[in-house]
Design a protein around this ligand. Structure first.
Ligand code: PGA
Length: 238
């Protein structure tokens, strides 16, 4: 595990974007694992800037997103598909057919298994971007998720629903289930970049440093990965 202690959110976003820019420049057909949430927004802004100002092309890049809420259609303003379109995909030249986000509508169990099949049939994710939930979740792998889990349907914990309620009008509107890549699915990526930022992640980061192989803290599984890069901002460190 390589930990990069950075000062600010802006520095983290720039540094992480630089790694992706270098990789995509050298491997134009790279497969990137994208994440949603507040944390990667700055990184996506940097990638848009790299595209607009330096001509970084995403024409041949493939994307697989970590997760999606069950019950939200792609155009629902809180769906992760909508998030990816508005925060990144609509502003770069990535081909729509090459961006995969689990479908939130239809049979969720079937979607989970076909998403896993699509991942396994691909050449694999080169770089997976990850945020971390305050309870240590990765994607929507909540505490207690087995480390050998593949893409599956999860019931969201009340703490996750409460944390995400800020994007919805009421807590009741926050979906109760999601489709998420499993922990084993995530660990198959060749490189993982974990972004930790904000004073509300201080306890989370401390726990991340302290835990190892603890299903009660899903992010601890990442420490077994041979190529894990963690960015942590000053406000998330004690
Ligand atoms: P956040 O979410 O980036 O909005 O903090 C991270 C997560 O829940 O995985």
């Amino acid at each position: 595990m390589n930990i990069q202690e950075v000062h600010s959110y802006e520095e983290m976003s720039r540094e992480a974007a630089y790694i992706l820019e270098q990789h995509i420049s050298q491997h134009p057909d790279a497969t990137i694992g994208f994440a949603t949430g507040s944390t990667p927004i700055g990184l996506y802004q940097e990638l848009i800037r790299a595209h607009q100002e330096r001509g970084l092309s995403f024409q041949s890049v493939k994307g697989f997103n970590l997760d999606e809420y069950v019950g939200l259609s792609p155009d629902h303003p809180q769906s992760y598909r909508h998030f990816m379109q508005t925060q990144l995909f609509d502003h770069i030249d990535i081909q729509p057919g090459k961006t995969k986000v689990p479908a939130g509508t239809g049979n969720a169990e079937e979607e989970a298994s076909s998403y896993e099949d699509a991942l396994q049939a691909s050449d694999g994710v080169d770089i997976q971007i990850l945020g971390i939930g305050e309870n240590g979740h990765i994607g929507f792998n909540e505490p207690g998720t087995p480390f050998d889990s593949l893409t599956h349907v999860v019931e969201l914990t009340e703490s996750t629903r409460a944390a995400n309620a800020r994007f919805f009008d009421t807590l009741e509107e926050v979906p109760t289930h999601a489709v998420t890549m499993g922990i084993e699915t995530i660990l198959r990526a060749k490189q993982l970049i974990l972004l930790i930022s904000g004073s509300h992640k201080k306890v989370t980061y401390e726990q991340f440093l302290r835990t190892q192989d603890d299903p009660g803290f899903p992010a601890s599984a990442l420490k077994n990965h041979p190529n894990l890069l963690v960015f942590v901002t000053e406000d998330a460190r004690s």
